[in-house]
Write a new protein. Sequence first.
Length: 170
Amino acid sequence: MNKASDKFRNNIQTLKSVLEQQHVQLLSMLSILRQEHQALNSNNLELFEQTLLRKQQQVRMLEQIQPQLSSIEKMLGGVLSKSTFSAFIQRMPEGTDRRGLESLWETFHETLEECNLQNKTNNHILNASAINLKQALNILRGNTEHSTAAVYSHTGQQQETLEGHSLAIA
């Protein structure tokens, strides 16, 4: 039983170590995503390109450490999730730092959620920018039949066509 307890304690240390390493990488990604957001909001193409390169490098780094998560999943007995993590904590022997591990998980998960939210926000900005660019190009080309968004009338109602309005009248 002592060997089993020692093995479990080693698993706990491995779990802590991997989560800490993953968290550091997520914090780096979050910083990059925030910088990307800043570049998108300021229409700074140079900063956006630099950030995009950093983001690609960070994704490669995360992919390289992915096998560590696979080893944790074997240890936890399933996919890394709140339920498998909670079950693992419940199996922890007396005298181990359950609260410390729970706190580490919460911090890891919060940072992961922040990355996800920031990435979605950035994607919405990129998509809106692409739509605006398509609209501008269609207007400049005089191609109002294939407008990518509805145009508003003088009453504020959406119209599907421009009804002969030109840029000079608008």
